[in-house]
Design a binder for this molecule. Structure first.
Ligand SMILES: Nc1nc2c(c(=O)[nH]1)N[C@H]1C(S)=C(S)[C@@H](COP(=O)(O)O)O[C@H]1N2
Ligand SMILES: [Mo]
Length: 204
């Protein structure tokens, strides 16, 4: 017997819709799909670093060992992919975005962040959308270390925007005084990506 048959899945979805937790045009998934452009990068703890640069008072470069010693933070949130699936109640563990902000101290002119991943993948996010309690740099999901294809060792989680902004294989944050399109934004996706307003593609 399947753990979740079609009927059970549909019922769960209707319940979440009724609770107002499912954005318009989305369907509930109980599995966790893997979605990204390109190949899964290999993690090399000797070579890996995490950098914060641009319009910040104190730029940061952390090795994996440095990063692992930062204070830990946990938060559960929903995840909405622009390809119309949503996954509820993901328990993310890692470092609070505000912990990073506290250390680097953005300059007053900083308004946007360009998030950089392995292999040149990028995503743009306004700074006010990162300076939130529910945003974190995650190393674990539901108590387990991230798997390689879900972003190991580190990914960004921005629950209130479409999931292409939740960048896997995170390597750097670049603070800017203007908005620039990231990888998907250059390829026709919306610059902001609010799932509740269905901001999927540019022009939405
Ligand atoms: N580095 C990187 N991060 C990425 C992507 C990508 O192509 N590269 N795809 C995004 C998209 S479109 C989605 S829906 C989520 C999917 O995360 P998952 O594979 O863990 O479900 O990752 C996002 N983060
Ligand atoms: Mo996505």
């Amino acid at each position: 017997m399947a753990l979740f048959d079609g009927t059970e899945r549909k019922q769960a979805e209707l319940k979440k819709r009724a609770e107002g937790k499912l954005p318009p045009g989305q369907s509930l998934t109980l599995k966790w799909p893997v979605l990204h452009y390109g190949s899964v990068p290999r993690f090399d703890p000797e070579r890996w670093d995490f950098r914060v640069y641009g319009l910040v008072h104190t730029p940061l470069r952390l090795t994996w060992k440095d990063f692992s010693s930062l204070p830990r933070f946990e938060h559960s949130s929903d995840f909405h992919c622009v390809t119309r699936w949503s996954r509820f109640d993901n328990r993310w563990t890692g470092v609070a975005f505000r912990e990073i902000l506290r250390r680097v101290q953005p300059l007053p002119t900083a308004s946007h962040v360009l998030v950089h991943a392995e292999q040149g993948f990028t995503a743009n996010i306004p700074l006010t959308d990162l300076d939130r309690e529910d945003v974190l740099l995650a190393t674990h999901h539901d108590g387990e270390p991230l798997s390689a294809d879900h972003g190991f060792p580190l990914r960004l989680i921005v629950p209130h925007l479409y999931a292409w902004k939740s960048v896997k294989w995170l390597r750097a944050l670049e603070f800017l005084d203007h908005d620039v399109p990231g990888f998907w934004e250059k390829n026709g996706y919306h610059m902001y990506g609010d799932p509740w307003k269905e901001q999927r593609y540019s022009g939405d």
